[in-house]
Design a protein around this ligand. Sequence first.
Ligand code: ATP
Length: 358
Amino acid sequence: MARIELSDLAHSYRRGASAPGDFALKPMTLTWRQGGAYALLGPSGCGKTTLLNIISGLLVPSHGRVLFDGRDVAHLPTEERNIAQVFQFPVVYDTMTVYENLAFPLRNRGMEARAVDGRVREIATLLELTGELDRKARGLTADAKQKISLGRGLVRPDVAAILFDEPLTVIDPQLKWELRSKLKALHRALDVTMIYVTHDQTEALTFADTVVVMHDGRVVQTGRPDELFEKPAHTFVGYFIGSPGMNVIPASVAGNRVHVAGATIELPQSYDIPSGKRIEIGVRPEFATLARAGEGVPVTVERIDDLGRSRLARLRLQEHPVAAGVPDGLSDIGETAGLILQPDHIHVYADGERIEPV
Ligand code: ATP
C-alpha cells in the first residue's frame, strides 16, 4: 500500500498549451491516504480517466509530480508502479480456469505455490467464486467474467493501490447492487488504497470514505459522502449529488438577509458578500416546502410528482426550475403557490463557490 500524492499536477493533450481551456486537468494538489477508499466522481469528460491514467502510468502528465510514498513515479511505466487495475470490461484469459485466472498475477510475480493457493481461495471466498474455480472462463457469463476481473485486481496482497475504472458498468443491475456493497466490505477486509472512478453517485457514495468530485478538469470538492450532501463546496456538487440535486437560485444577500423574487428570508448567520460576483443560494429539495400563494417566495407550479410515500413539486421561481416537497395536508394547489426555504439549510455561493458565514 502507498500514500499517493499529486503535486501541482496538470495535463493537456495539446503541446504548448497555455489557456485554461486547453487543459483536460487544471492544476491540482491532492493526497490519497494509505489504505483509503476513494471515489473519483464526475460527469463524462470531466477528466477522471485522464487522472486515473496518470496515477497508473498509462499517461505522463504535462506538469507536476506523482509521488508514491514520497518517490516521484511520474515517468515510471505501469509495471514499475505496483498498481492493480480493474477496467470497465472483463480482462480474463478464456482458456484458463477461474483458479488459474486468479493465480496468474501472483505466479507472475514469483509467489510460491502454497501462498498462491491460500490467497486465491481467500479472494474466491470473498467474491463467492469458490464453486466456479475449476471452470474454464470461456463458458461463463459476462457478469461472472467481470467478477473474475475484480478478483484479479484484488488478489495481489502487496499492491500500492487498486484502481477501478467504472468496473460495474456491464454488470446486471441486481448483481451490481450486491457487488457494490461487497466491494466496500472487501476494502475493509483487505485494507489497501482503492480509487474507484465512476459517474454514478450511488456507486461513489456507497463505496467511498472520501469522494473526490471533478468538474471541467478541476477537483471541486473532496469530502465524506455526508459532507458533500450537507455542505456542497460548489453549486455543481450540490446539483450533481442528490436526487433531485440542490436547487440553485439567483438571489441578493446582505448581512443575514436573502432577497429572492421580492421575498426576504432571514438567515441564522451573516455573510460578507464579495462585490462583482454572481450570487446564488442553494437549498436541497429536502429543505424546501411547497405552500399556499402568499406564503414564502412566490412560485409557479409546473407539476406534482407522486413518489408513493411522498410528493415532489416541480416549480418555477421566475425562470428557474426548483424542486420542493409537498406537505401531506396540502391539496388543491393551483398554478400560483409559495415556497418555504428552511433558513438553516440555505447555502450562499459567489460565482459557484460556497461562502462561509462570518
Ligand atoms: P468519461 O467518463 O467519458 O470517460 P472522463 O471524465 O474520464 O470522461 P477524460 O476521458 O479524462 O474524462 O477526458 C477529459 C477531457 O480530455 C475531455 O475533454 C476529452 O475530450 C479530452 N481527452 C481525453 N483523452 C484525450 C486524448 N487522448 N487526446 C485528446 N483529448 C483527450
